[in-house]
Design a protein. Structure first.
Length: 381
């Protein structure tokens, strides 16, 4: 067993990984980059690819990444048939990997579908489930009908047999405990990339920024409604909306109906390398979501030295660096944005505090937390 020599070989399952997917894939990539500083950890990742053939990426010091074709139509939005296709192919592929070489554990990013595969492989190796958001019953409104019929029962079985379960935030852990109150769930948060994302010079015009998927849960319509009120007081204000998704056409039509075409810019989905400059060119970041597990975009904005207006109010994310608003209340968003737009000194002070908070947690620390869980699972085999 590799753990006996202090080395750990982990099979990692994640249906999304850049350039496909959103926050879960980005967090997985960050963790793998952090693991490159820990030679005792060897990771083999099974994920999705955008081509028609399976591909493998091998690096001398990093992970081996197997990308399986799933017929992806939209790089940032998952359809049921794509998830089913990945689950079927990943199960067969992972089974062959486990049979051909020793692994100490399986790290499943999300309770389903990766967690289901970990459950199926449980007789061969212990598995860890990382809860991210929509994989927790009660989190996603679009799964409200399926949660009591399918996902609560599925979660109880998958989480109950797991060697370890972790949640990306305390709020998500509390929600998960409504389904499985007897399962021990640790909290391992995301971290900010304080090297890639750094503060920039103050923007010439007051610029409000949103980064994320254009989906109903993000409530971007509330931001547009709030921004219309901001424009009545600050005529030079600008709003930049970065991301793509099924809400894009509706939101663009909404901006036109509000006569905001000249003030609102929809960039569409952008490569991660383009994001640092966008954050540095902004004045304030807004996250109006109904709820979040742990927003990578919010952490990136904080690392970039931006004050934040957000529905997430945990102390590690909101502590003298922003304003908490209630979901579905555009008037509160407008009030907060006007406060920052009319008080540049407050904006600068809260931006500095954002950067300080971002520097308190690193991906290296997150990697150490996960490494501790890995060792516990490997040693307990």
């Amino acid at each position: 067993m590799s753990s006996a020599s202090g080395r750990i070989r982990a099979l990692m399952l994640n249906y999304e990984f850049p350039p496909l997917g959103g926050g879960t894939g980005a967090a997985c990539q960050q963790l793998l980059e952090a693991f490159s500083g820990y030679p005792e950890v060897q990771v083999v990742l099974v994920t999705s690819g955008s081509g028609n053939q399976a591909t493998a990426e091998h690096t001398s010091h990093g992970p081996t990444i197997h990308r399986l074709p799933v017929g992806k139509r939209d790089p940032h939005f998952w359809r049921a048939n794509e998830l089913v296709r990945w689950t079927w192919r990943a199960h067969r592929f992972a089974t062959r990997l486990v049979q051909s070489g020793p692994f100490d554990l399986c790290h499943c990013w999300a309770g389903w579908p990766p967690g289901v595969l970990g459950y199926r492989l449980r007789s061969s190796l212990p598995y860890l489930v990382s809860l991210r958001g929509s994989d927790v019953p009660g989190y996603s409104a679009r799964l409200a009908l399926l949660d009591p019929l399918v996902f609560r029962r599925l979660s109880k079985r998958v989480w109950g047999e797991a060697g370890a379960v972790v949640a990306v935030s305390e709020a998500l852990r509390q929600l998960a405990h409504q389904t499985c109150p007897d399962v021990d769930i640790q909290v391992i948060p995301n971290a900010a990339d304080t090297v890639r994302f750094t503060p920039g010079a103050e923007a010439d015009a007051y610029t409000v920024l949103f980064v994320g998927r254009l989906i109903p849960r993000k409530r971007i319509g509330d931001l547009l409604t709030a921004f219309r009120d901001v424009r009545e007081r600050i005529r030079s204000a600008r709003l930049v909306i970065v991301g793509d998704g099924p809400e894009a056409d509706r939101l663009k039509a909404m901006a036109r109906a509000m006569a905001l075409e000249d003030a609102v810019r929809f960039t569409g989905g952008l490569h991660r390398d383009a994001l640092p400059d966008l954050y540095r060119s902004a004045s304030v970041f807004v996250l109006p979501s109904q709820h979040e597990g742990m927003s990578n975009a919010l952490l990136e904005a904080m690392a970039s030295g931006l004050p934040v207006v957000t529905t997430i109010s945990t102390p590690k994310l909101l502590d003298g660096n922003g304003v908490a608003v209630s979901p579905g209340r555009p008037s509160q968003i407008a009030e907060a944005l006007l406060r920052y737009g009319l008080d540049p000194e407050l904006r600068r002070a809260h931006g500095r505090r954002s950067r300080e908070l971002a520097e308190e947690t690193s991906w290296s620390a997150v990697a150490q937390w996960y490494l501790g869980v890995y060792r516990s699972l490997a040693d307990g085999r």
